[in-house]
Structure formats: C-alpha cells, structure tokens
Design a protein around this ligand. Sequence first.
Ligand SMILES: [Zn+2]
Length: 370
Amino acid sequence: MNEKLVLRHVKCVSGEEIDIEIENGIIVGLPSDGEGRGERIIEGSGAYVSSGWIDMHVHAFPEFDPYGDEIDEIGVKQGVTTIVDAGSCGADRISELAVSREQARTRLYAFLNISRIGLTRIDELCNLDWIDRELVRQSVLTYSDFIVGLKARISRSVVGANGIAPLRLARQLSVETKMPLMVHIGSGPPDIREVIALLERNDVVTHYLNGKKNNLFDDSGKPLQEFIDAINRGVHLDVGHGTASFSFKTAEAAKRHGIGLHTISTDIYRGNRLNGPVYSMASVLSKFLYLGYSLEEVIDAVTIHAAAWLGKPELGRIQIGDRANLTLFTVNNRTVELMDSEGERRAANQVIEAKGVIMGGEFIECEVWS
Ligand SMILES: [Zn+2]
C-alpha cells in the first residue's frame, strides 16, 4: 500500500495546470503539468481539480423519511468529500448518526437539532418540551469532534403556534454550548425580521435565496435592512437549495445587490436527489454558473468558504503535506434546462459535472454525473 499515485493533467480553477503526487493519502508533490512521477497514474485529461467539495446542508440519516439519504449517495458518489448533516438528528439519535461514519467513505459532520426528536417528524419544534437543554449540552460534549453547530428550523410548519420562542431557546443553548446556530428560514410566522435580528456572527442562515413570501428581500427584490445588518454582523449565508428553498428570481436579486456568495449547499435527500429539483451538488453549482458567477466564485463557495466556516482550512486547499482531499470535475458547453424550487426553468449553456474524488488515498469515480 506504499505505491505512489499521480494525478496527471489537471487544472485548478485559476487556470494553472498541475500534476498531484500522493503517497499514503498525503500530497507529496505538486509538479508542473506532465512532470509527476509515481507507480500508479490517474489520467485527469485536463479536468478541473479543487479541494474536495463540502456540502454544508444535507440529510444523511437514511432511516428518516422524507428527509433522509445514504451518506455516500450524497457524498463521494457526487464529488462531495465532506457533508454536514443539517439537524436530521436531535439528542435522541445523534449517537447513531455519529456511528454511521464508520461505514461511509464520505467525511461527515453534523448540526445537532435542538429538538431531541430531530426529523422523526417535520414539526419538531411545535412542542417546546422536546427542547431538552441538558441533553443538548451532553450531546455537544460527547460529540465535540462531530457536532459543528445547533440547528433550529424556524418556519410556520415546524414551530406551529410557538412563533419565535424556539429560536430564543436556541440562542440560549448557543451561548451555553458555545456552538453557532444554523437557522432554517421559510414561511411565517414568525416574521423573518424577527428571526434574522436574533442571528449573530458565525451563525448560519440557510435557505437565504428562497422565493417564499416571508423571505429576505422586499417585493422589488431589495434586501431587507435587517438582512443587511445581519450580514454586516458576520452572519453566514448558506444556500440550502432543497425542494422548496431556491428561487432564480431571488438569486438574481441577491446578485444584483452584491449579497453573497458564502456557501452553496444542496439540502439534498432521497426525494429531491432522485426527482429534482436538486439532483446533485454539480447540478446546483451549474445554476450559479448560469447566474453569472465565475467558476472560481462557485467552487470557492463549496471549498474555501465552507472550510473556513468549519474552522478546518486544510479542507479547502491543495497543499503539500495535507491529506489528499480532491474533487475532479469538468465544465461542459451544452444546453440544459435548469429548474429552481418554484418550477421556474432557465436554459443554461454550461454544466459542471463531477468526475471523481480522491479520498483516503483512493480514487473514487462518480456515479452520478448531474
Ligand atoms: Zn434541510
């Protein structure tokens, strides 16, 4: 198992062409294109290479329905080497999610749902008794290498009659555990202004490009003042495309006003992977190319920015001495129809396709090519 592997003829998003030499899973050389030496050669054929893609919002607990899926189906098989489960599990089941890492090739982290029952049902914050502060504290202590934040889904169908109360409790728990919050936004009540006002530096607002009534932009597409204030405080913006939370119109308004990009994530689970409108990370990334972001901006949103938020900068770079954590992909000129969560369709003429990953010293070919 000591053979040296060379990834030949690959291109960084900056345009630089390199080879990558890997030994025992570690990057040992970054010679210029065609000069890499080793026992096993993987021909990159001019494909792009980046550090392994990171998806900050997925549902990776297969047992849950509808919001569940198999780790590797939404991870390495789609070119994504690191996924962050966005609160599928609360304290009751987080140990099972943690153990599931052993069977997976994809690196997995998790947001802990503040509701102990997690997504066993989809109104997990309609009963405040399910927010057990002691259990949250214990879980965070036990799984400090796994839990990266607390998740609170703050929209009408989740909180029921509780309005903003679950978010106030989440805020307290965040202070007690020193964990940032990831807050899902959607239809009100509570009013989005009330929600966003409670978010602080390093908290994540996911679904920020949703096209629902209670979103972060006014009718003319202007970002709400409360939203701009939150961004200035250092609140992190995460796409969380999902079945219902990405709108081309909202995304165009955001771009017009210079809002984002921080991280692009999918909110993928079985249903929206198989039937759309998400399908895969590559498919979601293609939508941002269509919107007019540069390839570098798009890829940075699933590498450097996500790694920085996680406090693991090594996951967002290609550097000698680091563990090889790479995604290979291509950008192809062909016309495709892309659809958002509102059913709106746009004709794009470029698509990103994931080809494979290098993870744990192995090359794994992608099965799903958007
Ligand atoms: Zn989600």
